[in-house]
Design a protein around this ligand. Structure first.
Ligand code: HEC
Length: 95
């Protein structure tokens, strides 16, 4: 019986730590699939949320271009266009 109580205590302690490790979920909108597939391989999608206050549509376009050209992200033109539209609509300074 005592071991049950100990186990329950360990689970209770572990729960908040698990909550911190939930994957970042971005806003539900057209393009979410493309950004999730193409942009979460190298870093957290939290980068999108952290930079949203500063990046206009043009800046997002440059950002996605930089991920491809400078960092070697393998994203085709079609997905890039969808991702840029998604970012401009959902993660710009105005949103
Ligand atoms: C091939 C790996 C790779 C992929 C795929 C990738 N990134 Fe990045 N990203 C990086 C690296 C490397 C950095 C800069 C170093 C760091 O801070 O981790 C970065 C940084 C960023 C930043 C922070 C600002 C900056 O310019 O440093 C943002 C925003 C960002 N990425 C968005 C995206 C988006 C949106 C996508 C999908 C279109 C994407 N990333 C896909 C490698 C990648």
């Amino acid at each position: 019986m005592r071991s049950m109580i100990v186990i329950a205590g360990i689970v209770a302690l572990a729960l908040p730590a698990l909550a911190d490790e939930q994957p970042v979920v971005l806003k539900e909108a057209p393009g979410l699939v493309q950004i999730t597939v193409n942009c979460s391989g190298c870093h957290s999608l939290d980068y999108v949320r952290m930079n949203a206050p500063f990046l206009t549509a043009d800046a997002w376009k440059a950002e996605v271009g930089k991920m491809r050209a400078a960092y070697g992200a393998a994203i085709d033109d079609e997905d890039s266009a969808k991702i840029i539209a998604y970012l401009a609509a959902n993660y710009g300074p105005a949103s």
